[in-house]
Design a protein around this ligand. Structure first.
Ligand code: COA
Length: 391
C-alpha cells in the first residue's frame, strides 16, 4: 500500500516588505539581501493575523474536494505557538468546521516538526488506510528589528493531507535521521524573538544534512543519481544553494553549476518572496517545486531535507505521481504571492511591534482590521484569544 500527499496548499499574510527597503534602513547594500542571502521580499503579518489564521486559511484551501469526515488527526506544527497549553490546531479545527471525532495536538522542534508529523503519520495510515491525516505547519519568523536575522523573517502556513490515496506524491518509508544538542537557534519562553548564532546554524545545518543523508543512503542503498530534484528547508534561499553544493561534493557527484542549480531552483521561488516559514519551509519549497517546474516530474524521485535548529535533521524521499498537476493549486498559490500590499518601513515596524501592545492582565483589546484571508484574530478578552470568520 502507498501512503503520501493527496493535497497541499499554503497561505501567507497579505503584506510584505521589500528587502531593499530594509537594507536602506539597516545601512546595507540591497544586494547583500537580494544576492547574498537570496531573499527579495518578506511577508509581514498585520496585527489581526497569527499562526492560527494563517493555518486556517491554508487548511481550508488544502481541504477543498476532500471528505473531511475521513480526517481523524490534525497535527499542528509550530515554533511560534500562541499558548503553552492549548494546541493552536483546536482553533483551526473550529474555524474550518472539522468533525468532532478527531484528535488534534501540537508538535514542536524548531523548523523540523512538520516533517516529524509526517513521519508519524505514515505508519499510522498503513494501519488506518481509510483515514486521512491533516498536517498544518504555521509560523511567524521573528528575529528582532535591526538584528542579524531580521532579513530572514517571514510568515506563512502550509497544510497538507496525507492518505493512502496519494494523488500528488508517495512518501518512501525509509529516512535518514540525526539529532545533536547544539545552541544554534532557540527562543526562551520569556522572549518573542528568536536568538540565533547565524554562521554556526549554517554549519550545524550542513552537519545534519551530511549525517542524515549518509544514514538514508546506508538504509536504502540508493545513491545521489537516484534522486531527480532536491527540496531543502530554506531559512533563506541561499541556504539551499549552500546545502546542495555541500551534498553534491559529499556524494561525489560530477555536476556543472547549471546542473545542480536545476535540481533545486524551482523549489526556492516562493521562499524568495515570502521569507522563512520555519516548520512549513520545506513543504513550501515542495509546493514551489510542484507548481513551478516546467518539466513533468511524474515518476521522479525527489529528496527532501528538513532541519530544525537545536538540532534535528531528516532526509526523506518521495515519488511524484501521474497527473499530479491536476491536484495542484497553482493559480491560487501564485495569486497569493503576487497580490500582496507593499509596506513602508514605518508600517512594517508598527505591525512588528503590535504584539507587545496586547494586554497581559485579562483586559479586553480588539485588534485593528487589516486585509486578511477568510479568518482573522479579533483580539483578546479575559486572557482568551478571539477569532472570527471574515464575511
Ligand atoms: N552583494 C552580494 N553579496 C553580499 C553583499 C553584497 N553587497 N554583501 C554581503 N554579501 C554576501 C556575503 O558574502 C555572504 O555570502 P556567503 O554566505 O556566501 O559568504 C552573504 O551575503 C551574507 O553575508 P554575511 O555578512 O555573512 O551576513 P550576516 O552576517 O548578516 O548573516 C545570516 C547572514 C543568514 C547568517 C543571518 O541572516 C542569520 O543569522 N539568519 C538567521 C539564521 C538562519 O537562517 N540560519 C540558517 C540555518 S537554520
Amino acid at each position: 500500500m502507498q501512503v503520501g500527499i493527496e493535497s497541499i496548499s499554503f497561505y501567507t499574510s497579505q503584506y510584505y516588505i521589500d528587502l531593499k527597503t530594509l537594507a536602506r534602513q539597516n545601512g546595507e547594500d540591497p544586494n547583500k539581501y537580494y544576492i547574498g542571502i537570496g531573499q527579495e521580499r518578506m511577508s509581514v503579518p498585520p496585527p489581526d493575523e497569527d499562526v492560527v489564521t494563517l493555518a486556517a486559511n491554508a487548511t481550508s484551501q488544502a481541504l477543498e474536494g476532500i471528505d473531511v469526515n475521513t480526517l481523524d488527526t490534525l497535527l499542528f506544527a509550530t515554533e511560534s505557538g500562541i499558548d503553552q497549553s492549548k494546541a493552536a490546531g483546536i482553533y483551526v479545527h473550529e474555524l474550518v468546521q472539522l468533525p468532532r471525532n478527531m484528535r488534534v495536538f501540537e508538535l514542536k522542534q524548531a523548523c523540523y516538526s512538520g516533517a516529524g508529523g509526517l513521519a508519524l503519520a505514515l505508519p499510522y495510515l498503513l494501519h488506518h488506510p481509510d483515514s486521512r491525516v491533516l498536517i498544518v505547519a504555521s509560523d511567524i519568523a521573528r528575529y528582532g528589528l535591526g538584528s542579524i536575522g531580521e532579513p530572514t523573517q517571514g510568515a506563512g502556513a502550509v497544510a497538507f493531507v496525507l492518505s493512502t490515496n496519494p494523488k500528488i506524491m508517495t512518501i518512501d518509508m525509509e529516512s535518514g535521521l540525526y539529532t545533536n544538542d547544539v545552541m544554534d537557534f532557540w527562543r526562551p519562553n520569556y522572549t518573542d524573538e528568536a536568538l540565533v548564532d547565524g554562521k554556526y546554524s549554517i554549519k550545524m545545518y550542513s552537519a545534519a544534512l551530511r549525517e542524515s543523508w549518509q544514514q538514508y543512503v546506508n538504509i536504502t542503498g540508493r545513491s545521489f543519481t537516484d534522486l531527480h530534484r532536491f527540496v531543502y528547508h530554506l531559512p533563506f534561499t541561499k541556504m539551499g544553494d549552500k546545502a546542495h553544493q555541500f551534498l553534491v561534493r559529499y556524494a561525489g557527484a560530477d555536476l556543472s553549476e547549471a546542473e545542480w542549480k536545476k535540481q533545486i531552483d524551482d523549489a526556492a521561488i516562493y521562499q524568495r518572496y515570502i521569507g522563512n516559514t520555519y516548520a512549513g519551509s520545506v513543504f513550501l519549497a515542495l509546493a514551489s517545486l510542484l507548481d513551478n517546474s516546467a518539466e513533468d516530474l511524474t515518476h521522479k524521485r525527489v529528496g527532501l531535507f528538513s532541519y530544525g535548529s537545536g538540532s534535528v535533521g531528516e532526509f526523506f524521499t518521495g515519488i511524484i505521481q501521474p497527473d499530479y498537476q491536476k491536484h495542484l493549486k497553482v493559480d491560487l498559490h501564485k495569486s497569493i504571492v503576487t497580490n500582496r500590499q507593499e509596506l513602508d518601513y514605518d508600517t512594517y515596524k508598527e505591525f512588528y511591534s503590535f504584539k507587545s501592545n496586547l494586554p497581559s492582565d485579562g483586559s479586553k483589546a480588539m485588534t485593528p482590521r487589516y486585509e486578511t484571508g477568510r479568518y482573522r484574530f479579533a483580539g483578546l478578552d479575559e486572557h482568551k484569544r478571539l477569532y472570527e470568520v471574515v464575511q
